[in-house]
Design a protein around this ligand. Structure first.
Ligand code: GUN
Length: 292
């Protein structure tokens, strides 16, 4: 029988835990965790994500600040803003929302973030620690997926986990995490990408299939093994005149035909997306506790 991986339910549970802990720490230390976000330009999806991050901070009793920069801000000016947040004592963690305009070197900006404030877990120091299974900030979307797997007590040891897509934000860290000697983890991992041959056959051999490629409805029923766990990270906006916004959010998995074959499947929307914000908040709380 197929079970839905309900991101709304899991994220609400975790946000409740965080709310209680934030209140407790405020009482004990008279301080509140503070997340800042830098948003460059006004891409619609990025605006939505950042607003949701700020709103959820409020919800759990944390402080948040949004720093908006013009789309044609210079790299130097952005790096100066990062430096300012590195030095700002009241800010425990901050993120630079990606993607950045093409004239800015993303890696250079990420490297400028103080690793102990890098709650996105994108800094090379944090990626390195994650690979070595040392305490670190785990990138929010992969961290969210791990927490989801954990809440549903899905077995992972010895399973074949296939990750589709090798982005630095999702696919690459996910492949590392599922192979770690930990729970969730201990999988045999295959990381697939645009040059992969026989993708269909590889996907068919997956016990756990994690898809993060940004191609709506790409994964069809004939690519999924009976009783597989399918996690859909896709969030592509497609025009939809029946929606108030004018668009619908589509996952990478053709849900209606794939779902009946799965033991577990995450829907879009209502799956991984909600977990991402929750995980960022969780990382911010961790950054704050590291300063106490
Ligand atoms: N763009 C898409 N996902 C993310 C994320 O997790 N963090 C940041 N900073 N930008 C993103």
């Amino acid at each position: 029988m197929m079970k839905l991986l309900d991101g709304k339910w899991v994220s609400a549970l975790i946000l409740e835990e965080i709310t209680a802990e934030v209140a407790l720490l405020k009482n004990k230390f008279g301080k509140t965790p503070h997340l800042a976000a830098i948003l460059v330009g006004n891409d619609g999806a990025s605006e939505t994500y950042v607003n949701s991050k700020m709103k959820n901070c409020e919800k759990v009793g944390m402080e948040s600040s949004l720093i908006r920069l013009d789309a044609n801000v210079s790299e130097k000016e952005l790096l100066d803003t990062v430096e300012k947040l590195n030095r700002e004592q009241s800010v425990n963690g901050f993120i630079v929302q990606l993607p950045l305009p093409k004239h800015i070197d993303e890696q250079k900006v990420i490297k400028a973030i103080l690793p102990q404030k890098d709650v996105d877990g994108f800094h090379p120091d944090n990626i390195g620690k994650m690979v070595l299974n040392m305490p670190s900030f785990i990138p929010a979307t992969p961290f969210g997926i791990l927490q989801m797997i954990e809440k549903y007590a899905i077995e992972t040891a010895g399973k074949h986990c296939v990750v589709v897509g090798r982005s630095h934000i999702v696919g690459l860290p996910m492949s590392i995490l599922m192979g770690r000697n930990a729970y969730p983890g201990n999988c045999t991992v295959t990381l697939t990408h645009s040059k992969t041959k026989n993708l269909k056959e590889v996907c068919l051999s997956a016990d756990i299939l994690i898809v993060a490629m940004g191609k709506p409805d790409f994964i069809t029923a004939d690519m999924v093994k009976q009783d597989a766990v399918v996690i859909d990270v896709g969030t592509t906006r497609v025009p939809d005149s029946t929606k108030k916004t004018g668009f619908a959010i589509k996952g990478d998995v053709k849900f209606e035909e794939v779902a009946p074959k799965c033991s577990y499947i995450s829907p879009v929307p209502g799956g991984v997306g909600l977990m991402t914000v929750t995980s960022l908040i969780k990382n911010t709380l961790l950054a704050f506790k590291n300063t106490l």
